[in-house]
Ligand binder design. Structure first.
Ligand SMILES: Cc1ncc(COP(=O)(O)O)c(C=O)c1O
Length: 383
């Protein structure tokens, strides 16, 4: 058994990243400023996109993206119950209505075959989640969006660096929202980013993320800046600080390497767990994609395992192996069950995943030795 605890996720932070944060601290400029400007320029370049707007979180980005579309009460947003609660919470926060479509049991992504049946004359947005970094099959979704005049907001919290048919998520389509939470493929501590090619959406978010000030106001305390501004919209305070961007400046250049390392480890998991009945490994779809492998999240095969998911997780933890749940099906949380009358059986695939899924350790600096400890724990538990 391992002597020390192996976390299920861990950011890779270089000495340069740490020094860049210290540089911000020493400079006295901690909040939004020149480092954020530089980081946003890097994100635009990486995605070859016109607008990349950083925020305090992906949750903030999803909320402001929905607000930019000026939804009215009763407007419907289609998404899935197999996601982090934030995806649904923001729909509620902006006063729109959640419309759920179940996921595919194998990929955990929205079942594209069932989206059209969920579209009504109130539908305004489709919000697919690229679960664990696996791109959703976007072509059929954008075809539906075109047919019914809908906007697609991709919840890309897991999937910076992923590719769909040779194109980076974020380099095409309507709106994509990335998360830079420390467990994600790159981090700014907390943080998120909206990318878009839409001038109106970008303008709206650049206002709402900082109080609704009419122009770039971060430099109003500097020598060149003006202390005067107008408020043209009642905005939020969702800006990203330079302290956070400082990390991002030294994370983005390594993102593709981080994903390569994750992919190598995941391939090894697939090889070593081939034919290992207690676990069902996520399926790879037919269309061409590059998975960002934010998570390696198999489900327990309850017919074979003879223990519950929670017993399995506590055994792993006793053996010093970190693990987590991504996610329980969101429609069964009390708020959503009460408001919409959702109940068990409504979205069986999301429920089956939600009851059995376990995220196993996966991070770029994880060694094969550490991965062997995970595998050994699995073999021991299900011996
Ligand atoms: C699918 C999904 N959407 C949105 C979010 C929210 O991201 P953030 O923590 O940056 O607000 C998360 C975070 O884990 C997520 O997993």
């Amino acid at each position: 058994m391992r002597e020390t605890f192996l976390p299920f996720a861990k950011p890779s932070l270089s000495e340069e990243a740490i020094s860049e944060v210290v540089d911000s601290l020493r400079s006295g400029w901690l909040t939004t400023g020149p480092k954020l400007k530089k980081f946003e320029a890097m994100l635009r370049e990486y995605h070859k996109v016109q607008y990349a707007l950083c925020l305090s979180s992906a949750t903030a980005g999803l909320q402001l993206a929905l607000m930019a579309l000026e939804l009215k009460p009763g407007d419907e947003v289609i998404t899935t119950p197999m996601t982090f609660a934030a995806t649904l919470n923001v729909i509620e926060i902006v006063g729109a209505t959640v419309k759920l479509v179940d996921v595919d049991r194998g990929t955990y992504n929205i079942d594209i075959n069932n989206i059209e049946a969920a579209i009504t004359d109130k539908t305004r947005v489709i919000m697919p989640v690229h679960f664990a970094g696996l791109p959703v099959d976007l072509d059929p979704i954008y075809s539906l969006a075109q047919k019914y005049n809908l906007t697609v907001i991709e919840d890309a919290a897991h999937s910076i660096g992923a590719e769909y048919k040779g194109r980076k998520i974020g380099s095409f389509g309507d709106i994509q929202v990335f998360s830079f939470h420390p467990n994600k493929n790159m981090t700014t501590g907390e943080g998120g980013c909206v990318v878009t090619r839409d001038n109106d959406v970008a303008k709206h978010i650049s206002l709402t993320r900082f109080h609704g000030m009419d122009r770039e106001a971060w430099n109003r305390f500097g020598k060149e800046g003006s202390a005067h501004y107008q408020i043209v919209y009642p905005g939020y305070k969702y800006n990203m600080m330079d302290l956070q961007a400082a990390l991002g400046l030294h994370q983005l250049p390594f993102l593709d390497v981080f994903i390569e390392k994750r992919t190598k480890l995941v391939k090894r998991y697939y090889r070593k767990l081939a034919g290992f009945d207690p676990l069902i490994l996520p399926k790879q779809p037919q269309y061409v994609h590059k998975h960002a492998w934010h998570l390696f999240a198999p489900t327990l095969n309850s017919d074979v395992a003879k223990i519950s998911r929670d017993e399995f997780m506590s055994k792993l933890k006793q053996m010093n192996i970190g693990c987590s749940v991504h996610y329980e099906a969101v429609h069964l949380y009390p708020y959503y069950a009460n408001k919409y009358g959702f109940k068990k059986g409504d979205f069986p695939n999301a429920e089956a995943i939600g009851e059995n899924v376990v995220s196993l350790p996966l991070f770029p600096d994880m060694t094969e030795r550490e991965q062997d400890d995970v595998l050994e724990a699995l073999y021991t538990i299900f011996n």
